[in-house]
Design a protein around this ligand. Sequence first.
Ligand code: AMP
Length: 305
Amino acid sequence: MTVKQVVLLGPPGVGVKAQASELARRWSVPHVSMGALLREAIAKPSDIGLEARPYVEARELVPDALVMKLLRRRLEQPDVMLNGWVLDGFPRTVAQAQALDQWLAAVGLPAATVVYLKVMSGLLLNRLWTEREPDETMPMLRRRLERHEAEIAPLLEYYQPPGSETDPDGPAQLKTLNGSRSFAEIASELAQMGSEETGAARTIRDEAELDSLLARESLLVVDCMASWCGSCKQVAPLIDRLAEAYGDRASIMKIDFDTNRQISKRFGLKGMPSVMFFKDGELLETLTGVKPYQTYSAALTRFLN
Ligand code: AMP
């Protein structure tokens, strides 16, 4: 994905808003939340806010034209136009989805990537039950999920018309992710989407994937990093640069420490970030901390020869 424009959809209880906020933080792009935009407009109060207020107070959908007007105003701002965005709470109707697509086309931007975090409803009921307001009953929670299902079905069909999954030329706009996993696992899979189609280093999902790479790749570089580690953020672009320069001769990847803590002991890591160089599955060198780009490229060149 060259322009980072992501719509995050999912049922109540899956943490769509929190994931959207985390993804925006990891990618350094603005998080646009429709609910927050509406609350802001109402608090000011603006004309749109005055019109939207009765709907929001009744927890009913605000008319499509009104939410689209508010969204367009936000998406036209330079921080969003230049860097992209992660959107939650929108679209809630097919008319909203169409309006967003039409607006993106009109301003010359590509269509957004739409990600649906899918969870079985039994699991969701359990989650919602533990997080519910004190006066919310099980039938009320069931109705909330049913309302979501009725709302999401036409949207999923709009983004992935039946039959289009097998059409290689069809729009690959919708990605469905398993939303039953931990917050950290989902967050790291979402963040990885941004590096798939560029020359940047891809993120290894788990230790099983690491093992299969070790068995397969003759030269493998793995940058072990964590979202909370400041120096990891300095090293990450150097590893992306390495992937762009040497990606045709070696496999250059990243791995998230938080979801793969056991690798620290396995490879005797002494700090974060740790950039590991493997040849034929064997760990030959680990560079810990921030090094100049030339140190990484020199190590790689040494093992290439
Ligand atoms: P949220 O914070 O996403 O729960 O949204 C709060 C309220 O804002 C909802 O109950 C709706 O009244 C309104 N709202 C949020 N997003 C939309 C949308 N895309 N279309 C219409 N109304 C919305």
